[in-house]
Design a protein around this ligand. Structure first.
Ligand code: ADP
Ligand code: MG
Length: 283
């Protein structure tokens, strides 16, 4: 993951949250603490600091206007079985999301947010329209082949971390399942955890972490294979205001590095931070 390692005392928002307010003392302390991960694998962390190319750099070369949006949904319709008949859950939904953009998917419970995200992920069928994600188009009835699934990272409301594994092992897991050797996977995971301000939690188990920390571990795990698109399904539903702010900042920071981020939520605290919101409840 080519994220620029933060200098000590620096958050990507330079000490400010996205709404311009300073991070509170607790969050700040976490950002500025000494980094035990650097003691564990100093070469890996230092190496990443030197080999940084941000997506903003690459965008300026490619020209943002010429980009094909990594997510494009046209006339999406999804049906479910309802007894002997079928019922539309989502109908005639169209939107697109650019690389480097965070798009909110809003709507009350039951409005189809999870359904739309699962269609984008390629693990649920749609009945109408076209879904283009990370360069591949899918017609009704088609799911993504396994090779395509890695282009998409998914974050769930309930984190879904493996309780028996520490943060480092949770984040390394997708790489290890891909056959990546521990020697390569561990530095990647440690770098991401450090980037999310979790250096002190590398060896902690999920039960030893707060909800916000667990969610940031889950986001790091979703990002470790460098997906073009990150889908987050109500990622702050169980979080307090401070953790919500930190998770929202993390999602925005990932977008700054070129990831296309789609976040479902009915939380106005979160949705108010997104410039582009697709409202499933008001169409
Ligand atoms: N596999 C399914 N079988 C039956 N009903 C479903 C299924 N998936 C979703 N639904 C229904 O579709 C609607 C939208 O669900 P969902 O996408 O989970 O909404 P949201 O995430 O906005 O709460 C709900 O009424 C839900 O009960
Ligand atoms: Mg849902």
């Amino acid at each position: 993951m080519k994220l620029r390692a933060r200098r000590k005392g620096e958050s990507a928002t330079d000490g400010k949250s996205l709404d311009g307010k300073s991070l509170d003392g607790k969050a700040r302390a976490e950002e500025t603490d000494d980094d035990p991960a650097e003691e564990v694998l100093p070469e890996a962390v230092a190496g990443d600091q030197q080999s940084i190319a941000t997506a903003n750099d690459s965008r300026s070369v490619l020209g943002r206007g010429a980009e094909v949006p990594p997510v494009r949904v046209t006339g999406l319709g999804v049906q479910i079985k309802d007894g002997d008949s079928r019922k539309w859950i989502v109908r005639n939904l169209s939107f697109s999301a650019r690389a480097g953009e965070v798009v909110g998917l809003a709507g009350p419970s039951g409005s189809g947010k999870t359904t739309v995200l699962m269609c984008l992920a390629g693990v649920a069928h749609h009945a109408e329209g076209e879904v283009h994600v990370a360069g591949k188009g899918r017609l009704p009835g088609q799911l993504s082949p396994p090779s395509e699934l890695r282009k998409v990272g998914i974050v769930f409301q309930d984190y879904h971390l493996v309780q028996a594994l520490n943060a480092l092992d949770n984040v390394s897991l997708p790489l290890r399942l891909d056959g990546t050797r521990w020697k390569r996977a561990a530095p990647e995971a440690i770098h991401l955890l450090a980037w999310f301000g979790l250096s002190r939690s590398v060896f902690k188990y999920p039960s030893q972490l707060s909800g916000g920390e667990q969610q940031r571990v889950a986001i790091a795990r979703a990002m470790v294979r460098q997906p073009a698109v990150l889908l987050a399904d109500e990622p702050t539903a169980h979080l307090d205001a401070t953790s919500t702010r930190l998770v929202a900042e993390s999602l925005h920071e990932l977008a700054l590095y070129g990831t296309c981020v789609i976040v479902s939520s009915h939380d106005p605290r979160l949705l108010s931070r997104f410039e582009h919101v697709v409202d499933l409840g008001r169409r």
